[in-house]
Write a new protein. Structure first.
Length: 439
């Protein structure tokens, strides 16, 4: 059994139990003492790794050299004789201490419980933590990577990485960090949970999605992170929408918008959360009202013109907002408006990397072509076949759902070759796909 000296006890309390950590602090104390004592020779004093190991194991029979003792006293605030004696908790009686090391404190040292080194050690422990800047930067970059790859790899390809990120966040939060690092860690962990909530919607697990969103909301509110809170509220509305709870989806989005009506995250809440739900409920007036609010907010914040990722934490880009407005107006059977807006979107959609968006917009346009007064059946079915082809490598249930809806709307023309061909392609595709959901 190693002898537990006061030296070892203080080094453990200060997290200086490795030679590298100790040597850095010892050298700093040596330089400081050399300056204070006007003795440059002290700055060159070193402790070997072998000597350090002997100290930690309590093997010392004699005190170190005088200069080394002076530096240790500078570093730890206790006399050298006291440092190399048994720690108070390890002594039964003073007689157990080695005879050659006195337990009498040196002149000028403090013998009560509030020793300066104890105070400093506790302060250092509170200001240090288990998540340094490099760790936090790495975790944040993982979040960015997941959102950037999402529409290429889908929920099944990225859920494992996201779960690992969230789990690590929980593990680190169970430890200790200074306030600034802890806030960053709360934000990262909240966003990882929010992403898993979005992915749970994508795979049709709505109760799990609501639980993840509740966690993201709790963590973001704890640190006053309004941006993440609004995004998580929008994702909860998204989950309610796809579970068919349109009244609840609208209510959730409306309540979240009320937290900060002019925030850029409100664009998504208005057009993805409220407009689509209200359209499903048949409320044309309020649907158009919230679409208008979303577009006005887009102008005020000068958002990106392109098609932002559906899962991004950034504000909705203009093309993403217009695509959601198109979907809402399909539910309202406003074919003229849908075809006009889709034409405006065409160039931006085709230049995007989102196969899901290209599929979904084609299906919305195809549905509108069947809703107009003079239905264009052949064109609608051609767009439907293109939509299936785009989605085939990474099938998602929103494309499958709208594809089936399109086929049902084409029922009056089922004798036409274009409709039969589309139906055969839809059945063949449906046999080899499993459901997931996208926004």
């Amino acid at each position: 059994m190693p002898r537990i000296t006061l030296l070892r006890q203080l080094l453990e309390a200060g997290h200086l139990t490795t030679y590298k950590a100790f040597e850095a602090q010892f050298s700093r104390a040596a330089r400081r003492l050399a300056t204070e004592a006007d003795d440059p020779r002290l700055a060159s004093v070193v402790v070997s790794s072998r000597q350090f190991d002997r100290w930690m194991s309590g093997e010392l029979k004699n005190l170190p050299r005088p200069d080394t003792c002076r530096i240790l006293e500078q570093l730890l605030g206790r006399a050298a004789r006291e440092l190399f004696a048994l720690a108070p908790s390890e002594r039964d009686t003073p007689a157990q201490a080695p005879a050659e090391i006195s337990l009498v404190p040196a002149a000028g040292t403090v013998a009560d419980d509030e020793n300066p080194v104890d105070i400093i050690t506790r302060a250092r422990q509170l200001s240090c933590g288990n998540a340094d800047e490099a760790t936090l930067a790495l975790l944040a970059s993982q979040l960015d990577e997941i959102t950037d790859r999402y529409e290429l790899d889908g929920p099944r390809g990225l859920s494992g990485q996201t779960k690992s990120l969230r789990k690590l966040g929980h593990t680190l939060l169970a430890g200790q960090q200074p306030p600034s690092a802890r806030r960053d860690l709360f934000r990262i962990t909240a966003r990882a949970g929010g992403l898993l909530g979005y992915m749970a919607v994508n795979t049709g697990n709505f109760p799990l999605a609501e639980a993840y969103c509740a966690e993201a909301l709790e963590l973001s509110r704890a640190i006053g992170d309004l941006d993440t809170e609004l995004w998580a509220g929008g994702t909860l509305s998204f989950a309610l929408y796809y579970s068919g709870r349109y009244d609840d989806a609208d209510a959730q989005a409306a309540a979240t918008v009320d937290r900060s009506p002019d925030h850029p995250q409100a664009i998504r809440l208005l057009v993805n959360g409220r407009a689509r739900a209200l359209a499903k409920l048949g409320d044309r007036k309020r649907t158009e009202q919230v679409i208008g609010q979303a577009m006005d907010l887009s102008d005020r914040h000068d958002v990106a013109p392109g098609l932002t990722s559906c899962i991004s934490f950034a504000p909705y880009g203009r093309a993403r907002t217009l695509a959601n407005a198109v979907t809402a107006r399909v539910a309202l059977k406003d074919a003229v408006h849908v075809l006009r807006e889709a034409d405006r979107l065409d160039d931006l959609i085709e230049k995007s990397d989102s196969a899901w968006s290209r599929s979904l917009v084609r299906l919305d346009v195809a549905t509108a072509l069947l809703q107009q007064r003079a239905p264009d059946v052949e064109h609608a079915m051609a767009l439907g076949r293109e939509a299936i082809a785009f989605a085939a490598p990474l099938p998602i249930s929103s494309v499958r759902q709208r594809s089936r809806d399109l086929y049902e709307r084409a029922a009056p023309w089922q004798s036409r070759p274009a409709v039969r061909e589309y139906g055969e392609q839809l059945r063949a595709w449906g046999c080899r796909t499993s459901p997931a959901t996208a926004g």
